[in-house]
Design a protein around this ligand. Structure first.
Ligand SMILES: O=C(O)c1cc(=O)[nH]c(=O)n1[C@@H]1O[C@H](COP(=O)(O)O)[C@@H](O)[C@H]1O
Length: 307
């Protein structure tokens, strides 16, 4: 594969990323297509699978790696090297890098640069959300050309109000990147906030706001939504027409949280064509052997019904 990484560990066969790429300048590509169009093309070419890179301490141990930055780097780059050509996107879970402090964040920078080098879209799962002026700094970190942490897209939390995300929405539009805004999350506690609302639920309002952002987009907008694969009948119960949002839908919950490909089809109905199914632990537990990781990703992909 054409992937590039800066890993110097013996198991990584990827060539080094030039220093300029590692700093993030790799992403300043003039005339690059918008994120929604790039994701659509990737899903059409590879299928709708996103592999989550969640280097939990227990997984590091199971892979025979230390719970430190070197272990994190080996884990991350092994996943990229194994499934970087199978997946439409890779989604590193930022919390699991952050818990290693600056050394962990440096590994995340390398991974994001290596994803770009390998030609696979990245989704930084940071779930950021703050008041507008602080949000501008988060946007700068994840979505600005030349930022060391620039990713193709980032997950955002809208619970300070959808409009508080404006700096990120605007910067993503400017730099051809994307966002995934939490709508209906996969965890059971989410309903206590997301299902409430006198005439229209919080989740439905978030979907309406994303739809407005995507109204002028062509095939697929760049303001995505996170809707868990585990939400059952919540979309219908809350009167949400997800297909009308023209949004990429990041759907976590496959495998480790119990959802199946058939659940996805049933849950998303007419919006299923826009669903990017994401699975982390269920695939990662097959490592560190690359062929086993590839087989697990292929099995997951085969379990996803055709749109
Ligand atoms: O934004 C996410 O990706 C996300 C949203 C959500 O509603 N539920 C959810 O599980 N996630 C993330 O998706 C990943 C799920 O991991 P697995 O359960 O191991 O597949 C974790 O990184 C979660 O933080």
């Amino acid at each position: 594969m054409s992937a590039r990484c800066r890993n110097t560990l013996p198991s990584c066969r990827l060539p080094p990323v030039p220093e300029q790429q590692a700093r993030g300048n790799h992403d300043a590509v003039p005339g690059r297509a918008l994120f929604g169009a790039r994701l659509r093309a990737a899903m059409d070419a590879r299928g709708p699978l996103c592999v989550g890179i969640d280097p939990h301490p227990a997984l590091l141990a199971a892979w025979g790696l230390n719970d430190d930055a070197a272990g994190l780097e080996r884990f991350s780059l092994t996943v990229l090297e194994a499934v970087g050509e199978q997946a439409a996107a890779l989604k590193p879970q930022v919390a699991l890098y952050e818990r290693h402090g600056s050394a962990g964040m440096a590994v995340l920078e390398k991974l994001l640069a290596a994803c770009t080098g390998a030609g696979v879209l990245s989704i930084a799962d940071a779930k950021r959300g703050d008041i507008g002026s602080t949000m501008a700094a988060y946007a700068d970190a994840w979505l600005r050309n030349g930022s060391p942490l620039a990713a193709d897209s980032v997950t955002l939390s809208p619970y300070l109000g959808f409009e508080s995300l404006r700096p990120a929405l605007d910067l993503a539009a400017e730099t051809g990147r994307g966002v995934f805004v939490l709508g209906l999350t996969s965890n059971p506690e989410g309903a206590s906030v997301q299902h409430v609302g006198a005439d229209r639920s919080v989740a439905a309002r978030i979907v309406d706001s994303a739809a407005a952002e995507n109204s002028a987009a062509g095939t697929l907008g760049s303001t995505g939504l996170v809707i868990g694969a585990t939400v059952g009948t919540a979309l219908a119960d809350l009167g949400i027409n997800l297909a009308a949002a023209n949004a990429p839908i990041l759907a976590p919950g496959l495998g480790a949280q119990g959802a199946t490909g058939e659940d996805l089809r049933r849950t998303f109905g007419a919006a299923y064509a826009n669903v990017l199914a994401t699975s982390s632990r269920d695939i990662l537990k097959a490592g560190p052997d690359r062929a086993s990781l590839q087989a697990a990703a292929a099995r997951t992909l085969e379990g996803l019904p055709r749109a």
